[in-house]
Each structure stands twice: as structure tokens, then as C-alpha cells.
Design a protein around this ligand. Structure first.
Ligand code: ADP
Ligand code: ASP
Ligand code: MG
Length: 810
């Protein structure tokens, strides 16, 4: 039994991958269940909502394109006729909806069913065109349900019987039946659907009816992961799950599996395998009766948002017979499933999904007692067979999130889960932290975990870095390992863009120079606080490594560790419901700041109130960064034979005298910035050791604590016309904003800050030391990195909470 989800049939390439997977399974007499092409069910539902088919055109086009590419001309024309018929039938149904809104619920299932009807017909034809003996079957002949709209319940014995009757002979004749998931029909022939994600359920029903050897769920991830990858990008595959574990995870939000798809498999003892159609070689996850007890005891963390908590308090509860029944009858009448229930002596709390029926339910409950409604909550569910037997897990869970408000704690009846409720805005943070604390020591790999007996493991019990710090370290290393010396920033920009999209940001590439994109990521809310640093590094590239204390590699502190810290901080802020954030990563900071200059013209700048620029300041908030004045001094001489120095004039001798006098200058100091400093970085000139030097040149870099003017005056006075002074660039010192509660410093280096003047008030802070930057041993301390994340979070919070509290000095 093979089931392909919508993401496995999104386009022609995906259909081709599916064909090869089916071909590989051919000997096992497979039956194929397929979802609608990804996005189609949503579009069909929206068309019913709007009573208008205009949004469907691109989806019809997608089907047409697959047919055109993969079917021969005759078959493609035939499929086009099917599409046209579907289109006019949908138009007719939507016309009825717009004339009679009350009819919408009944007609909705009929309209939505076209997603799976078309995808299954198309897949059957594609398989046939590639030489596989596929036969399309209308799923409504097999799946028999009641008439509940949107979420129909199957009649199990009847579904079993019909499925066997329809599919059995085909399988016996070595045909490969292909049917749409998700849809069914009542005994009277009215089309129904099994609820969102219901194709998994169809697969389980069909697999159970045919007593399949295995039910394979082909999707876009390599199995059930330790957490939702949209929240925890580095979540990893769980090799095996028990049926109970899988049910709990699916029930509490792990979308990869429909919650009802486990029961039919469990009843017949059929293993369910979750596999990746884009990486068919990956083993994926097997769900079966027996699952190992992992030493870690926790296997995965699920979450489900859009939850409302209802608390009903009534003195009648005390020993009153019939009270609970009356209470649950209210939910029954409204077809409202209750997820988690906890009771105390006089009150009962439970969770339901947000929905239109809620106000009516609350009103009826008020007849039974006092009702408190807490909307916008999320259920968090920690799952693992080991929870049955291992004491202390709950304590560890709650210790990890001790500063997060938790309510409604329940240990599921199956005892493989620990479930509780948090505010919706804190779901991401809760899952991320629990994952770090409970599941990230495991990155070593499950294979090792299974093979090495407990007592023999040599890894020290206490890692030098706590697991929660691992995320930032991992991201830092991945960023370091993508070389991005100034001029070569494209690969790292693309990697980051993808990563940010996975983390649910809107990402825009910023044009600055060809092949050198910067990045600007936003959340959808107006970005009031923008984290900013640079993508480029100085040469030469060297890859990452680490020991207990440090991460090494080019860019470790300047500025890839900082990028990772800013990502982590933004993630934590978002987890706490703070969305007015942006992330700006520019190119060329190490050279001429082309990226920052270009970004300064970006329209988003106007929305930004605070720009938090990251450079290695040892986690201190820079109240100032010195300016810079770069110049060249050129001396000229008259050449001649070195044996007769009196006959010429050596440019080198002149330059040395000039430089001597320059070194003797007493430069200005400024209380807030410290000293002006002058570095003679390069000297050169001359024609040969036995020639009086005709020319000589030096390059100087002065760090300014004042305007350039007084410095230039002092310099020119010292040079006194003996050498030509050529100014190469000048950047004034910058005063920066201080915020109470942060250690401060003044930095001697320059940054992109002066070039980003349109982006609100700048602040400058970041983990790592400038003394490690640009060196052959560039590194960043892991502890400092993690503290950097904390500080970024704290800084953003204080800027957001009390803009007036920030003492603006610049
Ligand atoms: P399909 O179209 O194949 O049915 P779904 O989108 O329904 O795919 O389910 C797969 C998605 O489920 C993944 O892409 C992932 O975003 C999400 N998901 C949520 N929690 C988990 C989890 N614990 N493990 C794997 N995937 C998860
Ligand atoms: N196409 C349906 C949905 O999007 C069913 C499924 O894909 O499982 O919900
Ligand atoms: Mg699905």
C-alpha cells in the first residue's frame, strides 16, 4: 500500500519520481492512494468560500502541464476533456453555492473531491504511459461513510467489504489500482470527505482492508521527526515509533500523519512507514507495535496551535452525579471534539479547537457553572514510550521552561505522552527549548545510540555545551563552511535565504553588485527592530572546527557566529509573540560597504526604528566606534649612484624623516572615544639597493576620535610640504546609543553603521572578540555566542518596551 501526499505530486517532476517509486515496488502488488496536487484542496475550499472559480485557473493549468509533459498526445487530449468537464461541473456547483449560501456545506465536499479525483486519474494515466499496469478506481466505490459534512466517519465493515470487492480482483490480476485519498461517499452515493489530511486515513483503511504487508506514507520529509521542522529546522528522523506514540504525535499536531490513520493499522498489526519521495533512499520512520525504549525516553515533541481552554467551575461538581455527562453532552451536540481534560474538585478544564461554534458552546456551558475562556493557546505534547517507566521526565520538562506559563498538565491515558498548554505566542519557544534539552544530545545519530551498549559509551555524560546552545553552534558552523570572502557572497546568501524561508520569514534579495546579493527578511509585521550584520569575510577561507570551548573558522566571530546569534534571538523573540522584526545581511562590509550603501536606499529602512548591528564587541554595547582616515604619503627624490649620495636626494630618506615627525604628533583625544591612533601600514619605494631612491610611498590608517579636519591639519603641518598627502577615505567617528543595563565599550574599528543612516537609530553589539577577527585562528567562544543570543533578545525587548528608556546620544 503506497500513499503519496500532495507535495509528492506537485508537478511533472514529482509525478516522475512517484512513477519510479511505484515501479520499484511493483513486485509487491502495490495499491496506490494519492492526494490532490499540493495547494489544490486549499484553492477548492477557497472557491466555495468565495462562490467563485477564478482562483482555480492556475491549478487546472498545473494539471494540464503534467499531462502535456508526461502523456502522449492522445492521452493528454483525453485528460484535457476530463479537466474541462471538471471545470464546468465545479462552475455549476459554485453557481448553486452563490444562489443558496445555506447549501454550501453539502456542496463543499463535492467541489473539494475534484482535487483527488483529478490527481488520481492523472497519476493512473502517467503510470500507464510509463509501462505500469495501473487502473484508476473511483475511491467513492470503496470508502463508505456517514453524511457528516467535512469530516465524515467511515462505516468500517462496509468499507472493508467494498474495498476488497473492488480492489481484490485488480490486485489478483496484477493490476496496480490507483485511487484518490480523502474522499468517500455515503451509502446513498453523496460525496463526502474525511477531514483535512485525510488521504493518510484512506491509505490506512485500504491497507487494513487488503491486509497489506506495509502502509507506506510518501511525503516531503524523511519520516516523523523529533519536532515540526518548521519550528526546529534541525529536527531529525525518529527510526521507530510505537502505534501509541505515533497516534499521540499525530493527534497533537504532527501534521505528517493523520491522527486516525493509526487505528486501522494497529488493529491488523500492519507497520506504517513514513518516507520521503524526494529522498527515497532515506529509511524514514517505521510505526509498529514494538518500539524501542530509548535511553533518552523522549522521542518527539508535537504542538498544536489555535486552541481555546475552557474552565468550568461549579459547586455542583462535588459528587454530583450526572454533571459531567451534562457537560460533555454540550460538546457532543455541537460536534466539538475535546482534546485534553483535567479536573479538580470543583472545576474542570479542557481544550477545544477554536471555531465558529465556540460562543454557542460557552453559552450553554454557562448554564452549568462559571466559565472562563482562554483563547489563543497551544497544546504541547512530549511523547515517548519511555515516559511510562522513567521518573523525573516531567520535572525536567518543566525545569526547562520554568519561566513560561504552563497550564492544564495531563499525562495521557496511554502514558506515552506528557501534555500541557501554553500561550500560543510561546509555542515556538517552548518546543525549541524542549527539543534542545531533551532531544539534541542525540545528534550523534541513532545508529550509534543503538549499537553502543550503555555502559560502554565513552562520551562524557555532561557535554561542555548545554544542548540548547547547540542550535547556534550548528548554524554558525554551517555558515562558516560556506566560503564567502568579499566578492563571493552568493552561496551563503542563498543558503541563508532558504533557511530563513523555512523559519517562516519573507525573504528578499538585495541587489548591490552582480552575483552579490544581500538579504532582507521580515515576518509580515512592520519591522521596527532590525538585526543587521555582514555576509562577507576577509580572506583566506578556512573551514569550521570546534572544541569544548570554541568554534573556529573564517568568519567565526566576524560575522557568521553573529548571524547565527541574531537568527536565534529573532526566533526566541518570535516565539514570545514579538514579530516586529527584520534581519538585514549585507555584502562587502570588509571592503567598501557596497552592500550597506545599497541597502540604505531600501524602502524598508523607513519602517525601522532601531538597527542592531552585529560586530564582535565582546557582547558589550558600543557607545562609539572610532572613525577612520586612510591616506598615502608620497615623497619624490632625485636618483643617482648610491656611491655619491650628495649628488642626489633620496625619497626614502625624506619619507622616513616625515614619518618620524608624524609619529611624534600629539593627536587629539576625546573623552567618549579615547585616543586617535595612527598606523603606518605600508612603506615602499626605491629602485635598487645601489640607487638613490627616486620615489617613496607610505600608507597610513588613522583612527579618528574627532572630525577629520584637526587631524589633517596636524598631519599636514608635520609633513610640511616634504611629501604629497593623498587622502583615500574618511569616516567620522560615530556615537551610538546606550541602553541602561548593558556593559559598554568604545570600538576602534569602523563598521557599516555610517552607511545605514536611513535605518533608524543604530546600536552596535555582538559576541566574539575583534582580536580574533581577521586572524589565522579566528574563533568564537561558545559561551559568549549563547550569551550574545540572550543579549540580543534582552536588547530588542528593552528597545521595544520602552523606547524612551534608551538614552539616545548619537
Ligand atoms: P503530505 O502532502 O505528504 O500529506 P503534509 O504536509 O500533510 O504532507 O505533512 C508533511 C509535513 O508535516 C512536513 O513537511 C512538516 O512540515 C510537517 N510536520 C509537522 N510535524 C512534523 C513531525 N514531527 N515530523 C515530520 N513532519 C512534521
Ligand atoms: N488533499 C487533502 C488535504 O489537503 C487530503 C490530503 O492531502 O491528505 O487536506
Ligand atoms: Mg498530509
Amino acid at each position: 500500500m503506497l500513499k503519496f501526499g500532495g507535495t509528492s505530486v506537485e508537478d511533472a517532476a514529482a509525478f516522475e519520481r512517484v512513477t519510479e517509486i511505484v515501479r520499484a515496488e511493483r513486485r509487491a502488488h502495490p495499491v496506490v492512494v494519492v492526494s490532490a496536487l499540493s495547494g489544490v484542496t486549499d484553492a477548492l475550499l477557497a472557491s466555495v468560500e468565495a462562490a467563485n472559480a477564478s482562483g482555480l485557473a492556475p491549478h487546472f493549468e498545473r494539471h494540464r502541464e503534467v499531462a502535456q509533459r508526461l502523456l502522449d498526445r492522445g492521452a493528454a487530449t483525453g485528460f484535457q476533456t476530463e479537466l474541462d468537464e471538471a471545470r464546468s461541473e465545479i462552475d455549476r456547483l459554485l453557481g448553486r453555492v452563490s444562489r443558496d449560501r445555506a447549501a454550501a456545506p453539502q456542496l463543499r465536499d463535492e467541489v473539494v473531491s475534484y482535487g483527488e479525483r483529478l490527481s488520481s486519474s492523472l497519476l493512473a494515466q502517467v503510470l500507464a504511459a510509463r509501462g505500469l499496469p495501473a487502473s484508476w478506481v473511483d475511491a467513492r466505490r470503496c470508502i463508505v461513510t456517514n453524511d457528516t459534512a467535512v469530516r465524515a466517519e467511515p462505516d468500517l465493515p462496509e468499507t472493508d467489504r467494498r474495498t476488497r470487492a473492488v480492489l481484490g480482483p485488480l490486485v489478483a490480476a496484477a493490476r496496480i489500482p490507483v485511487l484518490g485519498g480523502f474522499i468517500g461517499a455515503t451509502a446513498g452515493g453523496v460525496t463526502t470527505t474525511l477531514g483535512r489530511g485525510g488521504s493518510d486515513y484512506t491509505a490506512a483503511l485500504v491497507g487494513a482492508a487488503l491486509d497489506a504487508e506495509e502502509i507506506q506514507i510518501w511525503t516531503d520529509v524523511s519520516g516523523v521527526l523529533t519536532a515540526d521542522p518548521r519550528l526546529v529546522p534541525h529536527a531529525h528522523t525518529i527510526p521507530t515509533l510505537s502505534y501509541s506514540e505515533a497516534s499521540e504525535l499525530a493527534y497533537f499536531g504532527a501534521k505528517v500523519l493523520h491522527p486516525k490513520s493509526i487505528q486501522p493499522a494497529l488493529v491488523r498489526g500492519i507497520p506504517v512507514r513514513i518516507v520521503n519521495s524526494r529522498a527515497p533512499q532515506d529509511a524514514g520512520t517505521v510505526v509498529a507495535a514494538e518500539a524501542e525504549l530509548w535511553p533518552g525516553t523522549v522521542k518527539s515533541i508535537a504542538h498544536k496551535s489555535g486552541i481555546t481552554v475552557l474552565q468550568i467551575t461549579s459547586a455542583r461538581m462535588l459528587g454530583a452525579y450526572g454533571f459531567l455527562r451534562a457537560l460533555f453532552e454540550v460538546f457532543d451536540r455541537h460536534h466539538m471534539p475535546v482534546d485534553v481534560v483535567t479536573t479538580s474538585e470543583v472545576s474542570l478544564s479542557l481544550t477545544v479547537e477554536d471555531g465558529a461554534a465556540l460562543p454557542a458552546v460557552v453559552e450553554e456551558l454557562e448554564a452549568l457553572g462559571e466559565v472562563r475562556v482562554e483563547p489563543r493557546r497551544a497544546i504541547i505534547c512530549v511523547v515517548g514510550e519511555g515516559l511510562r517507566t522513567t521518573p523525573g521526565i516531567a520535572a525536567r520538562v518543566f525545569e526547562t521552561i520554568r519561566d513560561i506559563n504552563v497550564s492544564l498538565i495531563s499525562q495521557g491515558a496511554s502514558r506515552v505522552n506528557l501534555t500541557f498548554v501554553v500561550e500560543e505566542g510561546q509555542a515556538r519557544e517552548t518546543v525549541t527549548r524542549l527539543h534542545a534539552a531533551l532531544l539534541e544530545g542525540a545528534v550523534v545519530g541513532q545508529a550509534e545510540r543503538r549499537k553502543v551498549p550503555r555502559g560502554k559509551r565513552s562520551r562524557s555524560a555532561r557535554p561542555a555545551v548545554s544542548p540548547s546552545d547547540r542550535w547556534t553552534v550548528e548554524v554558525t558552523r554551517r555558515l562558516i563552511d560556506i566560503a564567502s570572502v568579499s566578492g563571493d557572497e552568493e552561496a551563503v546568501a542563498h543558503f541563508l535565504a532558504e533557511h530563513l524561508e523555512e523559519l517562516d520569514y519573507n525573504v528578499e534579495f538585495l541587489a548591490s553588485a552582480p552575483g552579490r546579493p544581500g538579504l532582507y527578511a521580515t515576518t509580515g509585521a512592520a519591522p521596527r527592530i532590525v538585526f543587521c550584520t555582514h555576509l562577507d569575510t576577509v580572506p583566506p577561507f578556512f573551514p569550521s572546527s570546534e572544541d569544548d570551548e570554541f568554534v573556529y573558522g573564517r568568519g567565526a566571530c566576524d560575522a557568521k557566529g553573529i548571524i547565527a546569534a541574531q537568527l536565534a534571538a529573532a526566533g526566541r523573540l518570535r516565539a514570545a509573540g514579538i514579530e516586529e522584526l527584520g534581519l538585514l545581511f549585507v555584502v562587502d562590509e570588509e571592503k567598501g560597504s557596497i552592500g550597506a550603501r545599497a541597502a540604505n536606499g531600501h524602502a524598508g529602512a523607513r519602517e525601522c526604528r532601531w538597527l542592531i548591528v552585529g560586530e564582535p564587541t565582546e557582547n558589550k554595547l558600543a557607545t562609539g566606534s572610532k572613525g577612520s582616515l586612510r591616506m598615502a604619503l608620497r615623497a619624490e627624490g632625485t636618483g643617482g649612484h648610491s656611491a655619491y649620495p650628495e649628488r642626489g636626494r633620496s625619497a626614502i630618506h625624506t619619507l622616513l624623516d616625515v614619518l618620524d615627525d608624524v609619529r611624534a604628533i600629539r593627536w587629539p583625544a576625546a573623552p567618549e572615544f579615547g585616543e586617535t591612533t595612527c598606523n603606518i601600514g605600508i612603506i615602499g619605494g626605491g629602485a635598487g639597493a645601489n640607487v638613490i631612491a627616486p620615489d617613496a610611498r607610505a600608507e597610513l590608517h588613522i583612527r579618528l576620535v574627532t572630525d577629520a579636519a584637526p587631524v589633517r591639519e596636524l598631519l599636514e603641518r608635520a609633513v610640511a610640504g616634504r611629501a604629497k598627502v593623498e587622502y583615500l577615505s574618511a569616516t567620522p567617528p560615530v556615537r551610538l546609543t546606550a541602553v541602561p543595563g548593558f556593559d559598554t565599550c568604545v570600538v576602534g574599528f569602523t563598521t557599516d553603521v555610517p552607511h545605514l543612516a536611513n535605518w533608524g537609530t543604530p546600536l552596535l553589539i555582538g559576541p566574539g572578540s575583534i582580536h580574533d577577527a581577521h586572524t589565522a585562528g579566528e574563533r568564537i567562544s561558545k559561551a559568549e555566542l549563547e550569551r550574545g543570543v540572550d543579549l540580543y533578545v534582552r536588547l530588542a525587548r528593552s528597545l521595544r518596551a520602552e523606547p524612551a528608556a534608551a538614552e539616545v546620544r548619537g
